[in-house]
Design a protein around this ligand. Sequence first.
Ligand code: C2E
Ligand code: CA
Ligand code: CA
Ligand code: CA
Length: 278
Amino acid sequence: AKQAGKGTYVLYGQNMQRHFDERMIVEKHLRGAIDNNELFLNYQPKVYLHTGELWGFEALIRWNSPDLGFVSPLSFIRIAEDCRLIVPIGEWVLRRACLFLAGLHRQGRGPYHISVNISVIQLLLADFADTVLRILRETGLDPRYLELEITESIFMESFEEISTKLEYLKKWGIGIALDDFGTGYSSLSYLKQLPITTLKIDKSFIDSIPDENSSMPLAGSIIAIGHDMGLSVTAEGVETKEQLDFLETMKCDKVQGYYISRPIPENQVKSWIRQYEQ
Ligand code: C2E
Ligand code: CA
Ligand code: CA
Ligand code: CA
């Protein structure tokens, strides 16, 4: 038993080391990624459930590293947060997405909305709100077509400070969506105090539709709660017609997921819109 215990320890130690090395490698390559044009955005459509009309898109970052290949945002965003590279990367995403949407609007398309994922590290910056408003001015995007996607964990950090910033941005007409809703710890009374405009039901609740174990999947209750609080509700990760029909019955406002479309590279967005809207 002693031997096994020791063996386990050594193995664990090696894994820790490998994990650490991987992070160092990713961080090293990520440092030059913006300047070397290795980052780009995909855009995933969000549509109004009732009319089928195109609401807009969520910007999702992609990284194609010449040395590492395609790296998933699920792994590099966390690392970028730890080494604060998320600050320049997050700003790049915001500018690029606003620029692209403003360009579409100038061509007479839409107007569509754009949702951008924001990390807690960005929100804790003293000049975060100024940066957002400056980027909107510089790119010429009307603030009411921008939506920021944040997660509940953001409010664990420093509730007052972050709420004040988001409240201020909301006054400019910017939408605030609470992403991955239902996976965190927020109580309902707490939810009421958040300066948000939209609830995004996490994919895990959509996956459980249809639910053989209960007559009403949890997603239905979340939609009702969101509406009670005067919020718009978006479902993410919608993959089947069955899920879409259930969400429609429950009066969910917007849907996003592979059933509508996978995330689309920037240069294919216009042709996707043309096809969708004809
Ligand atoms: P998220 O914000 O929850 O984004 C939704 C993820 O689900 C995306 O993965 C999207 O491609 C995927 N997805 C959408 N519809 C479906 C579906 O029907 N089925 C399935 N199986 N998956 C679907 P992605 O693009 O790999 O992004 C992963 C996460 O990385 C995002 O989760 C978000 O937390 C983070 N992320 C992505 N881009 C950014 C960014 O620009 N900034 C920050 N801070 N985080 C980002
Ligand atoms: Ca998101
Ligand atoms: Ca999400
Ligand atoms: Ca999610």
